[in-house]
Design a protein. Structure first.
Length: 184
C-alpha cells in the first residue's frame, strides 16, 4: 500500500498532476498518517523508558570498581553532571546563590573535584573547582556517586555507611534532591 502511494505520487508528479501530499489528501490518508506518526512517537517513548529502566537495573548491579571504569573519564563525569544540572529548578533553589563542590574519590586514591555554581537561577559546572569557597562540599566515591545518579537512588545509605561525608550548609544538602529534579 505504502509503496503504491509513493509510486502513484512519483507518477503524478512526473505527469504534472501534484505531489504526495495532494495524492494522500485525495485518498483520505492524512488521518492515517497522523495516527502512524503518533504510534511511532508512542513506541519510541516506550522504548526509551524501557531502555532507561533496563540501564538502571544493569548499573544498579555493577560493582563500584566497574562503575569507576565506566565513569572514570572526564567526559563521562561531565555527562553525569550535565544530566544532573539539566534538571535544575531555580524555583526550588529558594534563592540560593553559591557553589556546591563534589569531591569524587577513585580507588587509586586520587580525587576529582567538580563544582556546580548557582548564580541568578543558572547553573554552571567546573572541573577542578575550588572546594574551599563552596557552601557545601560532598565527598563520595565515584562509583557510588554514579550509581545513585544513574539509578535514581538515594545517598542516605552512603551517609549511614560513612562512605559519603558533607561539610558546610547541611540544610542546603537536604534541598539538593528537589533542586536538581528528584522531587518531581
Amino acid at each position: 500500500m505504502r509503496f503504491g502511494i509513493f509510486y502513484q505520487a512519483t507518477k503524478a508528479r512526473r505527469a504534472g498532476r501534484g505531489s504526495l501530499r495532494k495524492l494522500t489528501a485525495r485518498a483520505g490518508l492524512p488521518a492515517l498518517r497522523s495516527a502512524a506518526r503518533d504510534a511511532t512517537r508512542s513506541a519510541r517513548d516506550s522504548m526509551r523508558g524501557g531502555g532507561q529502566a533496563g540501564l538502571r537495573r544493569l548499573l544498579g548491579r555493577m560493582s563500584g570498581q566497574r562503575l569507576e571504569q565506566i565513569f572514570g573519564s572526564t567526559q563521562a563525569q561531565r555527562a553525569l553532571f550535565a544530566m544532573m544540572t539539566r534538571e535544575f529548578d531555580p524555583a526550588r533553589a529558594a534563592g540560593f546563590d553559591g557553589a556546591i563542590a563534589y569531591d569524587l574519590g577513585l580507588a587509586d586514591g586520587t580525587r576529582r573535584c567538580w563544582t556546580i555554581e548557582v548564580r541568578d537561577g543558572h547553573v554552571r559546572v567546573h572541573q577542578d573547582g575550588d572546594a574551599a569557597g563552596a557552601s557545601l562540599t560532598i565527598r563520595v566515591p565515584l562509583g557510588d556517586f554514579a550509581r545513585v545518579l544513574t539509578t535514581a537512588g538515594s545517598f542516605d545509605s552512603l551517609i549511614l555507611d560513612g562512605r559519603m561525608t558533607m561539610d558546610g550548609d547541611l540544610a542546603l544538602a537536604g534541598r539538593l534532591p528537589e533542586m536538581f529534579g528528584a522531587a518531581r
